[in-house]
Design a protein around this ligand. Structure first.
Ligand SMILES: Nc1ncnc2c1ncn2[C@@H]1O[C@H](COP(=O)(O)OP(=O)(O)O)[C@@H](O)[C@H]1O
Ligand SMILES: [Mg+2]
Length: 307
């Protein structure tokens, strides 16, 4: 049993006896049992993401705020109501969709969302063709996303047609619902950095509704190499030194040539998946192969043709 002092709104002190075990909701017990590092579950959830340091820090801030708010409420102190809507700015393949999916699960574990599912929508899912249809379509998508995360990719496409376009109605409907239901619905708008900035300039009221604006930076060569090695390991293969070198050399070249349409970690995933197919064909064409042959992707297996 634990003794706790609580101050109520009139400034009186209440002494509360509570059994710690019983007082904790089941779903949170895992989060609260952490003693050494209160953020270890966040580190664990994001351990497979290379880089993304800023994002990890932001998630820790959200988590800490929620826990401390809860403690403050227990003491009769006011806690700020955490709004969780977010903007993700980043080029293709920088991890926006993957992170949003992860957050849905994490917010469920943190008791911030009742279902923790993930709904992805684009312009065509939200915008109708005639008057009145858009609000209805958007509302029905929001309804499906209740208790989870609604992720709108290429959000600026909602504003592409100007004042008369129905996209504006979709934005207004989203905004209305993010105010009304911010306790059990998280909206994430995502897209290319430049277009997202322009979108916010065209809709000046929007920015203040998103307390979290996260930049997903392009990965550098070291990060891309780490991502490649990790993807290879997850599939229980390995890169030979030569293959790794070939990949790095190609990445240097690629980064110099194209700055805009390089798809970061998605490019890496495609290369690895293609290499695994090349490797399979190469081995089958060989007369014999060793256990090592089955594991190692060589320089020859790495091809970059269609990328
Ligand atoms: N930091 C990272 N570490 C490991 N894999 C990553 C990372 N960022 C992205 N990926 C992988 O790259 C691929 C593309 O990511 P995705 O989330 O679809 O990017 P985006 O939505 O920004 O276009 C996915 O397979 C994802 O798992
Ligand atoms: Mg995506």
């Amino acid at each position: 049993m634990d003794t706790q002092k609580q101050r109520n709104k009139n400034g009186q002190i209440n002494i509360i006896l509570q059994d710690k075990q019983l007082a904790q909701p089941n779903r949170n017990s895992k989060l609260r049992n952490e003693t050494n590092n209160p953020f270890s579950h966040i580190d664990a959830a994001f351990s497979s993401f290379i880089g993304m340091e800023e994002l990890k820090e932001t998630i820790k801030e959200v988590y800490a705020t929620i826990v401390i708010n809860g403690k403050r409420n227990e003491m009769g102190l006011p806690g700020s109501n955490q709004v969780l809507h977010m903007l993700f700015k980043g080029n293709p393949g920088t991890g926006k969709t993957t992170v949003a999916r992860k957050l849905a699960q994490m917010y469920f574990d943190m008791n911030l969302l009742s279902k923790g599912h993930f709904i992805e929508a684009e312009r065509a899912d939200l915008v109708g063709e005639y008057i009145g249809q858009t609000a209805q379509k958007t509302r029905s998508v929001i309804q499906k996303a209740m208790g989870g995360i609604l992720f709108v990719d290429e959000a600026y496409s909602l504003a592409r047609g100007g004042e008369k376009d129905f996209g504006k109605e979709a934005i207004d409907t989203l905004v209305k619902h993010m105010e009304d239901h911010h306790n059990d619905f998280v909206l994430i708008l995502a897209g290319y950095p430049y277009e997202m900035d322009r979108f916010l300039t065209l809709n000046p009221g929007l920015k203040s509704r998103f307390p979290f604006i996260l930049d997903f930076e392009d990965y550098d060569i070291d990060e891309l190499t780490k991502i490649a090695k990790q993807m290879v390991q997850e599939r229980e293969y390995e890169l030979t030194k030569e293959a790794e070198w070939k990949l790095r050399t190609h990445l240097y070249k690629k980064k110099r040539e194209t700055s805009t349409n390089f798809s970061n970690a998605r490019f890496i995933r495609n290369v690895i998946e293609q290499s695994i197919r090349n490797h399979a064909v190469r081995l089958l064409n060989q007369e014999a192969f060793s256990p090592d042959d089955l594991i190692f992707l060589t320089g020859d297996d790495l091809t970059f043709d269609d990328q």
